[in-house]
Design a protein around this ligand. Sequence first.
Ligand SMILES: Nc1nc2c(ncn2[C@@H]2O[C@H](COP(=O)(O)OP(=O)(O)OP(=O)(O)O)[C@@H](O)[C@H]2O)c(=O)[nH]1
Ligand SMILES: [Mg+2]
Length: 323
Amino acid sequence: MNNLISVSVLGVSKAGKTSCLVSMLDHFKKDFFENIDLHFTIDALSQRILMEQRGKLISSLDKGAIESTNGIRSTREVTKYNLKLGQKGSDSESLMVEFIDYPGSWLNNGNSADFANVKQFAANSQVLIIPIDSAYLMEMNDDTQPDIILEILKDVYADLSQPRLVIFTPIKCEKYYGTNDSNRNKAYHALLLKIQEKYENVLSFLTDKSRKKNISIVIIPMQTLGSCKLMYFSEPEYGVKDPVFVVTQRGVYSPKNTDQPFLYLLSFILKNQYESKNTGFPGFVRRLLKNHKYLNVTSEQLLQLCSNTNGIKVLQNSHITTF
Ligand SMILES: Nc1nc2c(ncn2[C@@H]2O[C@H](COP(=O)(O)OP(=O)(O)OP(=O)(O)O)[C@@H](O)[C@H]2O)c(=O)[nH]1
Ligand SMILES: [Mg+2]
């Protein structure tokens, strides 16, 4: 049985794909599943790359300002982080989950083979994580990411028959999200409105009644670093403007919400796996034997840890989710 499940990112260069994945996977520590009936292993190569990238991410807080030229570098090749999940104390089948990262330039460099690769990743992934550069979205008027994403989704989700989870993660959002004061709440509300406006066509496509039953959608704002604040946009001679952030607390790594995409997507994957193993006659037998029950139980346990506050918005539940 093929138990390989793919999760991939989808976004243009510098949207924050790598930062998003790395800060999320950083939660794969020993005590993460302490009270949950799941064990995990991460392969040695994935662990090494993850640690390297984590170091680079955090190093961007060493200086007074964060520009896209420090910290994490643009991804140059496909990078996969492989995890194995299973029931604690059991040697029954495990699930392999691969998290796929790739250069965001593949979305708009004009190379058809690169673009086809991106579509292939999106088509094969049960979960798509779409980082949104909040600073760019809010302060600039020429964000092309929504149109590119729509083009891809229209193709790969045209005849969708399997459940999918799409997570929008507004990042670089310190100016609009993060504390509880009422000005910040207003700013976050404005960011959500802007996402609805700019991603209107994407959201209408995903919530169309022909796809509704198969697609779950969640918005999860994330600060992959914390301790910084939007200052201005750089003025390069060529290329797009880049946000520059002032570091408010040097060396203080204080990410926010970075565990949440992970909790949502694992809960979804386990539920999906449970449902697909319980259909038809083989499923009936499995139910009698109580095989795979842990998939459902752990999915529910993870769901308890999913926050629906902290700016998180569930926009749509598919037939397998009850976020
Ligand atoms: N202010 C702020 N900056 C962030 C945050 N997360 C990432 N960044 C910055 O965003 C820039 C781009 O992040 P990446 O993760 O490299 O973006 P990417 O989408 O992987 O880019 P490619 O690999 O070129 O496709 C980096 O300079 C990061 O330091 C955040 O939460 N806040
Ligand atoms: Mg990258």
